[in-house]
Design a protein around this ligand. Structure first.
Ligand code: GDD
Ligand code: MG
Length: 361
């Protein structure tokens, strides 16, 4: 039985992944806890769940599980009741869903990937699920390059006809947006206690068995935050109010500077830049779509574009960082250049002019 009342729906958020594509940032924090527009990413997702009227949330944790409970506790601050279910060994996305069964309270279960920034209307999704009499409903979106996602073709009635996870030649640009509605009975029938992929095993098996799975397609904001490019874009979109988040109600602007940060006169901040608590930005610095974590320091005349600077890292004068990541506590010397895809590991020290892409030092 499915319901339209969000109070009668459990939300499950999968947050047990290792976030390898965001290393080195995810060496010290799990991906859903990385600061995004000044808040742990998961706060944005949880505040959307609360705004939809869902009250009970189960977090399926594994990698660095402790930090979630330290941050969110029983959920009361967000108006939620949060339970935690820990996987000592990660069970995969399907195993994570099967594993939370004892914590579920209701017959309708909304499952969320913990790294997706989305504007989907959860109530419309629930309504669609009930109307179609579906056992499972998947939120689907269209993307330019579907190869990195689950490609999900549907028929004229919206019924899912196949699920192809990360293939080189996807049949459609309509992809799995990482948000599902399950009837509880489907979760009860999943094998427990073993590694299981919802994308590679559960959905294909259910489809082969003729279980009714439907796809709800919309054109709301959508981004998976799993890569550095997407993390930087998603953060900037939150700052500028392009991506929705009830947790940031009222904020909209070219940059967001947090308490205790100092920005010297003449520094230019735009493109959705975020400056964390206690960070220091020197004179003549240009930050375009930069994500500067708490306590970092950027010295005079440096330029940082579409890049992330970790906790307490230091960027020397007149450095250039474009499409890169500087790990926590790293120390980048004056006039270094770090371009497309550069990743500096935490604590690494680069001397002045230590890396350049041009010969005129
Ligand atoms: N509890 C638990 N246990 N959670 C896990 C595990 C696990 O073993 N493995 C991954 N997760 C969580 C991650 O923390 C993340 O929030 C979510 O499951 C999805 O994992 P990703 O690693 O981010 O998957 P993806 O981005 O490559 O692909 C998935 O998301 C796409 C949409 O964003 C798939 O579901 C694709 O089909 C989909 O298109
Ligand atoms: Mg992802």
């Amino acid at each position: 039985m499915s319901t339209l009342d969000p109070k009668q729906v459990d939300a499950v958020v999968l947050v047990g992944g290792k976030g390898t594509r965001l290393r080195p940032l995810t060496l010290s924090k799990p991906k859903p806890m990385l600061p995004t527009a000044g808040l742990p990413f998961l706060t944005h997702l949880l505040s959307r769940i609360a705004a939809a009227g869902i009250e009970h949330v189960v977090l399926g944790t594994s990698f660095q599980a402790e930090v979630f409970e330290v941050e969110f506790g029983d959920g009361a601050k967000l108006g939620l009741q949060i339970d935690y279910v820990f996987e000592p060994e990660p069970l995969g996305t399907g195993g994570g869903i099967a594993n939370v069964l004892p914590a579920l309270r209701h017959d309708t279960v909304a499952v969320f990937n913990g790294d997706v920034l989305s504007g989907v209307d959860e109530l419309e999704l629930l309504r669609f699920h009930a109307e179609k009499n579906a056992d499972v409903t998947l939120h689907l979106v269209r993307v330019a390059d579907p190869r990195a996602f689950g490609s999900v073709p549907t028929d004229a009635d919206g019924r899912v006809t196949a699920f192809l996870e990360k293939t080189q030649d996807p049949p459609t640009d309509q992809i799995n947006a990482g948000c599902y509605v399950f009837n509880r009975a489907v979760i009860e029938a999943l094998p427990r206690g073993r590694e299981l992929s919802v994308e590679r095993e559960v959905f294909p098996r259910l489809l082969a068995d003729g279980v009714p799975i439907f796809g709800y397609v919309d054109a709301s904001y959508w981004r998976d935050m799993g890569t550095p490019e997407d993390f930087v874009r998603g953060s900037a979109d939150l700052v500028r109010g392009i991506a929705p988040s009830p947790a940031l109600a009222g904020h909209r602007g070219e940059s967001l500077v947090h308490d205790g940060a100092s920005v010297a006169p003449g520094a230019l901040l735009y493109g959705g830049t975020v400056v964390g608590r206690g960070a220091e930005i020197g004179p003549g610095v240009r930050l375009d779509g930069a994500v500067i974590f708490d306590g970092a320091k950027v010295e005079a005349g440096s330029v940082i574009e579409r890049s992330i600077v970790g906790y307490g890292a230091k960027i020397g004068p007149r450095a250039l960082i474009r499409d890169g990541i500087v790990g926590d506590g790293a120390d980048i010397g004056a006039r270094c250049e770090l371009l497309r895809g550069a990743r500096v590991w935490p604590g690494v020290v680069l001397p002045d002019c230590g890396i350049r892409y041009s010969s005129d030092v």
